[in-house]
Design a protein around this ligand. Sequence first.
Ligand SMILES: NC(=O)c1ccc[n+]([C@@H]2O[C@H](COP(=O)([O-])OP(=O)(O)OC[C@H]3O[C@@H](n4cnc5c(N)ncnc54)[C@H](O)[C@@H]3O)[C@@H](O)[C@H]2O)c1
Length: 379
Amino acid sequence: MTLALTSSKGKGKVGKMVKEKISKLFRLLNTFHAKLPDQRTFSTSCVLHNKILSTGADKKSSSPRVLITGSLGQLGTGLAKKLRARYGAENIIMSDIIRAPREILETGPYIYADILDFKNLQEIIVNYRIDWLIHFSALLSAIGESNVPLAMRVNIEGLHNVMELAKQYRLKIFVPSTIGAFGPDSPRNPTPDLCVQRPRTIYGVSKVHAELLGEYYHFKYGLDFRSLRFPGVISGDTSPGGGTTDYAVVIFHEALRTGQFKCYLREDTKLPMMYIEDCLRSLIELMEAPNECLKLRTYNVAAISFTPEELVKAVKKHVPNLKVDYVPDHRQAIADSWPQVFEDVNARKDWGWKHEYGLDELCSAMIEVTKPYYVDNSK
Ligand SMILES: NC(=O)c1ccc[n+]([C@@H]2O[C@H](COP(=O)([O-])OP(=O)(O)OC[C@H]3O[C@@H](n4cnc5c(N)ncnc54)[C@H](O)[C@@H]3O)[C@@H](O)[C@H]2O)c1
């Protein structure tokens, strides 16, 4: 790098010192760029580290400033709530392209951010001094198939924007992946972290692209890219966004609202699933795990696998008169190409992942959360 100092300060002894200091700064910056991120050394084991964090130690003093894209979806609202409690409300910037409800606006910063608008995202990152980017904006599997050009723009072009900005501003970035990143040629029971990935949906293709690009940016530029392949996520207080596993959320609402449920998957369709509490905790634990614990940049995380029939049996413990019809539609073909059981040994070994909600715990939690919305059909 050549420096041209043209002012009077560029001449004489002081000018030489300034020039040397600036050169040193550039050398230092170049060294940082060549290095992998977060190369601090930790003496404790990674698993122990996460156990300590999950006891809720006060971390607000050294809190990261986090931007969540697509934050008004099924996962973002709950995550923002948890991160605000952990790092302070003002440090968590929620964003999306839709209008936020009043309760969101009252609990912390919320801004408009279209992930296709690079310049606007850049301004947000600079103005809010963002450290972490949690990239949730996406079109999910079933919705993506019905609008492939838009899915390609949001899931691929949008990803390129956030990856490039994360690289430029040295952000830690989380991009969720999915069981949908596997396809009919992948082993389905169990599905390990590393195996053939040939998905047959645009959603799956865009997620494999994200996994590979994240890994590439990590090794090429030292980007601190982290990703988890989530199973179908089940939540009570936020609606699912058009995925193939949505039936496992809708059943609770229909059971309590009408006592009847029409399932769009066959009764024996086994898929990996996870309760939202486990899902959001896994994300926070991964983001807080010391870098040297991570042997992979994308991990499978698992909790339970069940079929619609098994779920119905468990829901009937709470709503005994529930009536269910199975009328498979186009989503059956997607489900048939996805993993049945997810193997997450690496997440458990490397950073101490452990799920807490089994099928019965999940059903009890879902009934408790959804019941207040409906007339009581459970008796
Ligand atoms: N929900 C699940 O079961 C599940 C499972 C695996 C992975 N994931 C992943 O987790 C992430 C969040 O999922 P979710 O269920 O909350 O999705 P969702 O569909 O509920 O929410 C996605 C959000 O993205 C926003 N969005 C769409 N276009 C946008 C744009 N151009 N700019 C900015 N925002 C835009 C939408 O308004 C929406 O609020 C996604 O990347 C998804 O692939 C979800």
